[in-house]
Design a protein around this ligand. Structure first.
Ligand code: GRF
Length: 192
């Protein structure tokens, strides 16, 4: 996807459910001259997501949608994104599964970061499973979102060595550090 020459940055929403460390690094990236995107909206499925603090810190609009009735919620989100003229969607630790219908509306414009070297270890508890299987390496993947969980086309990956002393916490910490750079590198790759 190419950025239009001379156009403004692409209006982007980040979906979160938790700490939002990827969100924070995306915000920092978006403020650089080389970033093709601006972060204009943060959406969470829960008011408990501590990453929501970055909305006030960086003066970004935030909105919480509770997913009790998914279909209705998604409809409302789509309306809101349209109103806010959002053109690109980044999922960053978002714990709800979006429907095919929603994803289709943003075809090729919705990406996710996952803490494993996909196609290995889709879903949750990736680090535990990688250690249990005595993998030598793990890592993270940025990929397009499709209707199939953690299965869309891979944009970029970063590798992390698993040491004998690693547990799921130490590994998560190392992988997360890689994620922060990988996410913005992937966005640069998409638009350049
Ligand atoms: C990251 O490991 C991400 O890959 C996974 O959930 C975690 C979110 O971390 N999907 P944070 O909220 O960005 O700090």
């Amino acid at each position: 996807m190419k950025k239009l020459i001379g156009s403004k940055k692409i209006k982007t929403v980040v979906f979160i459910s938790g700490t939002g460390s990827n969100l924070k690094s995306l915000i920092n990236f978006s403020k650089t001259k080389k970033s093709p995107i601006s972060i204009d909206l943060i959406i969470s499925n829960t008011s408990k997501a501590t990453g929501l603090k970055y909305a006030s810190q960086f003066k970004i609009k935030k909105k919480i949608f509770n997913f009790e009735k998914n279909e209705v919620t998604e409809k409302n989100i789509l309306l809101f994104l349209k109103k806010e003229k959002i053109n690109f969607v980044c999922l960053a630790g978002f714990m709800k599964i979006l429907s095919n219908n929603f994803i289709k509306k943003f075809k090729g414009k919705i990406i996710n970061i996952h803490p494993s070297l996909l196609p290995k270890y889709k879903g949750l508890h990736t680090h535990e499973r990688a250690i249990e299987n005595k993998e030598k390496f793990t890592g993270c993947t940025v990929h397009y979102v499709t209707g199939k969980l953690d299965s869309g086309k891979i944009i970029m990956q970063a590798k992390v060595k698993i040491l004998a002393k690693d547990n799921s916490f130490s590994l998560a910490k190392k992988v997360l550090k890689k994620e922060h750079k990988l996410y913005s590198d992937s966005i640069s790759k998409i638009f350049n």
